[in-house]
Write a protein that binds this ligand. Structure first.
Ligand code: NI
Length: 391
């Protein structure tokens, strides 16, 4: 997988430019301008969509079929501590998830595809999607029409735990359903010395936290992937008063839609039961997040095959309990999401995250090839379907 030095260097320069000037979700204005300028410089056409941030480009002289490649472009509210010379100049903001890498990869794929535009058997649409970190960028792009007439969609995340030159994906469920809950426990405030005159929300909330541990272990099969975590508990403001209310917040993650759908009612039963036993009341607010990433088996296998062909070490990806709003595209069109090794000592969302930039150019070449071959496969499928319908 040797790439020309100038191509590799160009993509690394772009990545560093993005890395030095990271922007948070839905605020990627300068990032969008830069990407647009790089695309225009290469004479790549921009799809006119009504987007506040993010940009969609197209390459190809044949109108159909269309496949899409997606990069995310936003950064995180983290103060960078990596020590690299091109560190973030925006205080408290960092590309700590490597979306600068993803953007450079798909920009590189765009450049390579542009060089053979006349030979492409269809169109490749490239999404530079904003706001992945807060899970609302994909729905903006879909609402703007980015996914219209797309037959297959592909995306990547860099994987710091995988060595350079490693590729991983899996058919079916990959990333989890990501849901958030808030529970408000209401009792009756009282003097700390006279708890019998009140209804203690601190004790009730503590018992709810414990009872929630039985949600996965006693309500669902042990073979299901299911995590329930309480991440915030807030109540009271001094040492000698029992507070009237306590608030709990947390997240539920699973890969199984049937499990996901049963969680709110099970959660309600548990918190109602515990609260009423204590004479208190508990209310649940449920905030559904992005659904699980479910790869289409055909395209997962296809992407692995192409990866093997260009020299990647290909392995079956492990299930992820994290989330990805790429799932919203996969709910509407087939496709696959993949991991590419970026060999960082520190993981995603760590202030010292430092992916190996040598992952960029080979990944760009890979996605250009994948796009080209996917279009070829779609053209063949359509031709075969036409023959069948004539028969
Ligand atoms: Ni990410």
């Amino acid at each position: 997988m040797s790439m020309s030095d100038t191509f590799t260097e160009r993509l690394i320069r772009c990545r560093r430019e993005l890395h030095t000037h990271p922007e948070l979700s839905n605020q990627e204005f300068a990032t969008t301008e830069k990407i647009t300028a790089w695309l225009r410089e290469a004479d790549i056409r921009i799809v006119p969509l009504n987007l506040a941030t993010g940009v969609v480009a197209e390459i190809g002289l044949q109108k159909s079929p269309i496949i899409a490649l997606r990069a995310d472009i936003d950064a995180l509210p983290i103060q960078e501590l990596s020590g690299v010379p091109f560190s973030s100049r925006h205080a408290g903001v960092m590309h700590a998830c490597g979306h600068d890498v993803h953007t450079s990869v798909m920009l590189g794929a765009a450049l390579l595809l542009k060089a053979r535009e006349a030979d492409l058997p269809g169109t490749v649409r490239i999404f530079f999607q904003p706001a992945e970190e807060n899970f609302n960028g994909a729905c903006h792009l879909i609402a703007a029409g980015a996914l219209d007439n797309v037959s297959a969609v592909f995306g990547m995340h860099n994987a710091p735990e995988l060595p350079l030159g490693t590729f991983a994906t899996r058919p079916g469920a990959f990333y989890a359903h990501i849901d958030r809950f808030q529970i408000t426990v209401t009792g009756k405030g009282a003097h700390a010395a006279k708890p019998e005159q009140g209804i203690d929300t601190i004790v009730t909330a503590s018992q709810i936290v414990n009872a929630l541990q039985t949600l996965p272990s006693r309500n669902f099969s042990s073979l299901e992937s299911l995590v329930v975590s309480v991440t915030r508990i807030q109540g009271g403001n001094t040492w000698n008063v029992l507070p009237q209310t306590v608030e709990l917040e947390g997240t539920v993650r699973t890969h199984n839609l049937k499990v996901r759908e049963k969680i709110p009612e099970t959660l309600t039963r548990v918190i109602d039961g515990v609260a009423s036993a204590m004479g208190a009341e508990a209310t649940l607010n449920w905030y559904p997040g992005p659904p699980a990433v479910v790869n289409t088996p055909f395209w997962a296998e296809f992407s692995q095959h192409v990866a093997t062909g260009v020299g990647y070490q290909v392995q079956e990806a492990e299930l992820q309990m994290g989330g990805e709003d790429f799932s919203l595209y996969l709910q509407q069109v087939p496709g696959t999401f993949v991991s590419i090794g970026s060999a960082s000592e520190f993981g995603l969302h760590h202030p010292r995250f430092n992916p190996n930039e040598q992952a960029i150019a080979p990944a760009a070449a890979y996605f250009a090839k994948l796009a080209d071959e996917a279009l070829g496969a779609l053209v063949q499928q359509q031709a075969a379907a036409q023959v069948a319908s004539v028969d």
